[in-house]
Design a protein around this ligand. Structure first.
Ligand SMILES: Nc1ncnc2c1ncn2[C@@H]1O[C@H](COP(=O)(O)OP(=O)(O)OP(=O)(O)O)[C@@H](O)[C@H]1O
Length: 279
C-alpha cells in the first residue's frame, strides 16, 4: 500500500513536471505587436514624417528581418521596440504589455561595439545576470557556457580593446543573451565587419538562434544577410517609411555550404533586389 502510494506520488510529480514543461512551451514569449505606428519628427520650423502606419506582428521565437534602404526608418522602428524612442501614433506591445521604456527583457546588439571597456569578456557576459542578483557560481556557469558557444574560452580575461571586431560582436551577442531576454534586437550588427568575418558571424548567430529560439528583430540593408538569417523578411520603403511587402523565407538547408547558390535563395534575392530598386 505504502509502495503504491509512493509510486502514485512520484507519478503525480512526473506528470506535473511534464505539464509545467508543456505550459512553458505554450506561453507566448517575445511576441511583438506593432499597430498603426507613426513617427513624426517635429520642430518649430520643420515636420518630418519618418514612419507611417506600420502594422507588424513578430511571433514568439521568430527571426524577422527588416530590410530597406538608408533612411526608410528601420532604426527608428527598432528604437521604439527597444523603448528608446516614442511613437507619435499607434501602439507597440510585447507579450500583450505596452512598451513604455527600455527593459532587460529586450537585449540589444548594435553596429557600434557596445561592450563595457572596463570589464573583461567574462565580466561583460556576466553583467546582466549579476544585476539580476544571480549568485556567483551560477553566473560562472552561464558565462562558461557562453564563452564555449562563442568560442572565446581563452579570452575570458581579455578586455574589449584586445579583441577584433568580430570577437567583440560575439561577446555582445553573448552578453545580450546571457540575460535571457524575451527579444533580441539587432541593428546592422555585422555592418562594420569584413566580408569573411560577416559570414562567420551570420553562421554563429544562426547556430545560437537554433539553440535559444529567442525572438529576433534584425535590421540590415544587406539582401544576402536577410535571406540567410531570417524566417521572414519585411521590406520597407522611404518617404515616408512604410512597409512595402513581406516574404517568407524557405530554404532547403540553411547551413549547407552552397545555400547561397540554390534556386530558392537566388530567386528571392532577385525579387528583393527588384523591389528595393523600384521603390
Ligand atoms: N532625431 C531625429 N530628428 C529628425 N529626423 C530624424 C531623427 N532621427 C531620424 N530622423 C530621420 O528619420 C529617417 C529615418 O531614420 P532611420 O535612422 O530610422 O533610418 P534607417 O532606415 O535606419 O537608415 P540607415 O539604414 O541609414 O541607418 C531619416 O530620414 C532620418 O534623417
Amino acid at each position: 500500500m505504502q509502495a503504491a502510494k509512493k509510486l502514485n506520488v512520484n507519478k503525480d510529480a512526473a506528470v506535473q513536471t511534464e505539464e509545467m514543461k508543456l505550459a512553458d512551451t505554450m506561453v507566448e514569449r517575445g511576441r511583438i505587436e506593432i499597430s498603426g505606428v507613426q513617427k513624426v519628427y517635429e520642430t518649430k520650423k520643420s515636420r518630418f514624417e519618418a514612419l507611417r502606419d506600420i502594422h507588424l506582428t513578430i511571433a514568439s521565437n521568430e527571426f524577422l528581418t527588416i530590410l530597406g534602404p538608408s533612411g526608410c526608418g528601420k532604426s527608428t522602428l527598432l528604437r521604439m521596440v527597444a523603448g528608446l524612442d516614442e511613437a507619435t501614433g499607434g501602439e507597440l506591445m510585447l507579450d500583450g504589455e505596452p512598451i513604455i521604456g527600455p527593459c532587460a527583457d529586450r537585449g540589444m546588439v548594435f553596429q557600434g561595439y557596445t561592450l563595457f571597456p572596463w570589464l573583461t569578456v567574462r565580466e561583460n557576459i556576466e553583467y546582466g545576470p549579476k544585476l539580476k542578483g544571480i549568485p556567483t557560481l551560477v553566473r560562472r556557469k552561464i558565462s562558461n557556457e557562453w564563452l564555449r558557444t562563442i568560442r572565446l574560452e581563452s579570452f575570458d580575461k581579455a578586455f574589449p580593446k584586445q579583441l577584433s571586431g568580430g570577437m567583440k560582436q560575439r561577446v555582445a551577442i553573448a552578453r545580450a543573451l546571457a540575460n535571457k531576454p524575451k527579444v533580441l534586437l539587432m541593428d546592422e550588427p555585422f555592418g562594420a565587419l569584413d566580408a569573411q568575418t560577416k559570414l562567420e558571424m551570420q553562421e554563429m548567430l544562426l547556430e545560437v538562434w537554433e539553440k535559444e529560439r529567442t525572438t529576433v528583430l534584425f535590421i540590415t540593408h544587406d539582401i544576402d544577410e536577410a535571406i540567410f538569417l531570417s524566417q521572414r523578411i519585411v521590406v520597407m520603403g522611404a518617404g515616408p517609411g512604410r512597409i512595402l511587402k513581406e516574404f517568407k523565407v524557405q530554404l532547403p538547408d540553411r547551413l549547407a555550404p552552397d545555400v547561397r547558390e540554390t534556386p530558392e535563395f537566388l530567386g528571392l534575392k532577385r525579387e528583393l533586389a527588384g523591389l528595393l530598386k523600384h521603390d
